[in-house]
Design a protein around this ligand. Structure first.
Ligand code: ADP
Ligand code: IPE
Length: 267
C-alpha cells in the first residue's frame, strides 16, 4: 500500500485565501488531475490532505494550536472543523468522479492529543475501510486535547502515525515545490536556495525557516523534513515532490525517476 498527503499548498491557495466572490479557493482541476494520477495505480492507498486556507488563517488568529485560553475560541473550533470538512467534501467528490470509493475519516473523532502531542489515534476505522476496498481519507483538523481541551492535528502528523501503523511501501508528500531546499526557493535575497536530494541528520541542519507571512500553524518545511526522517526511521521510504508538475505523482508511484527529496528507510 501507499500513503499520500496532498498538501494544503497544492489543493488550496495558502497566500490569497479567498477569490473575488469571497469564497475560499479549492483547486478543483488540479486535485482532479492528481486523483487521476493516483487512480492509475492499482495499489491500495490511504489519502491525507492538508487544511490550507480552510484551516490555517482562523486557527492562527485564535491560537487554536495552543489550546483553550478563552471562550471566544469555542465557536472558532466549530467553524474551523466545518471549514476543513467542506474542503474534505470537495476532495471526496473529486475522488468519486474518478471512481475512487473514498470514505472520510475525520480526526476530530479519531484523534486525541495531550499537551499538543498525539496521545491516541483510532486505527481500526482505517483498517476496516481498507479491507472493505475503499480509500480512507483523513485531513488536518481541530481535535480534542486532554489537558488543553483542543488542539490541532496536522496532516503531516497523521502521515507519521499511519506510516507507523500500516508500513506502506512509500509515503509521499505532495506539495507545490520540487522538494526541500536549504531555504525557501521564493526568497530572492542572500545566497540562492540549494536543492536537497536526500534528507538525513546532516542535511536537515541546512534548512532555514522562511521569513514570509503565510499563516501556517503546524510548521513549515523544516518540520516536514523532521517528520520525513521519523517516518524513515519507522522503516518507510518517504519523498516530497511537486504536485504542480503533471504526472510527477503518477510517475513516482510507478517507481519512475522524478525530481524529489527523499528520506530513505532505515530498517
Ligand atoms: P503543504 O501545505 O503542501 O504541506 P507548506 O505550505 O508547509 O506545504 O510548504 C510548501 C511551501 O513552503 C512552498 O510554498 C515553499 O515555497 C515553502 N518553503 C519554505 N521553506 C522551504 C524550503 N526550505 N524548501 C522548500 N520549500 C520551502
Ligand atoms: C492543518 O493541517 C490543520 C488545521 C490548521 C486545522 P496541515 O498542517 O496538514 O495543513 P497544510 O498542508 O499545512 O495546509
Amino acid at each position: 500500500m501507499i500513503l499520500v498527503k496532498l498538501g494544503g499548498s497544492v489543493i488550496t491557495n495558502k497566500e490569497t485565501i479567498k477569490d473575488e466572490k469571497g469564497k475560499k479557493i479549492f483547486y478543483r482541476a488540479r486535485t482532479d488531475r492528481l486523483m487521476g494520477e493516483l487512480k492509475s495505480t492499482n495499489e491500495e492507498f490511504i489519502l491525507v490532505h492538508g487544511a490550507g486556507s480552510f484551516g490555517h488563517p482562523l486557527s492562527k488568529r485564535f491560537e487554536l494550536r495552543e489550546g483553550y485560553v478563552s471562550d471566544r475560541q469555542i465557536p472558532i473550533v466549530a467553524k474551523v472543523q466545518e471549514d476543513v470538512r467542506t474542503l474534505n467534501l470537495d476532495v471526496i467528490q473529486t475522488m468519486r468522479e474518478k471512481n475512487l470509493a473514498a470514505v472520510s475519516l475525520p480526526p476530530s473523532l479519531l484523534v486525541k492529543l495531550d499537551g499538543g502531542k498525539s496521545k491516541k489515534i483510532s486505527m481500526e476505522p482505517f483498517r476496516h475501510y481498507l479491507e472493505l476496498g475503499t480509500v480512507p481519507v483523513t485531513f488536518g483538523d481541530v481535535v480534542p486535547d486532554i489537558s488543553r481541551r483542543f488542539g490541532i492535528c496536522s496532516g503531516d502528523d497523521l502521515m507519521l502515525h499511519l506510516a507507523r501503523e500500516f508500513k506502506p511501501r512509500i509515503a509521499i508528500f505532495v506539495t507545490k515545490v520540487d522538494g526541500i531546499y536549504t531555504k525557501d526557493p521564493r526568497e530572492k535575497t542572500g545566497s540562492p536556495a540549494k536543492f536537497i536530494t536526500e534528507i538525513n541528520e546532516k542535511t536537515i541542519r541546512l534548512i532555514k525557516e522562511p521569513r514570509d507571512n503565510v499563516p501556517d500553524v503546524t510548521g513549515r518545511m523544516k518540520r516536514k523534513a523532521k517528520m520525513m526522517l521519523t517516518i524513515a526511521k519507522e522503516g518507510v521510504d518517504c519523498i516530497v515532490l511537486n504536485g504542480l508538475k503533471r504526472n510527477g505523482l503518477g510517475r513516482a508511484i510507478k517507481g519512475e525517476k522524478v525530481k524529489c527529496t527523499i528520506a530513505r528507510r532505515r530498517k
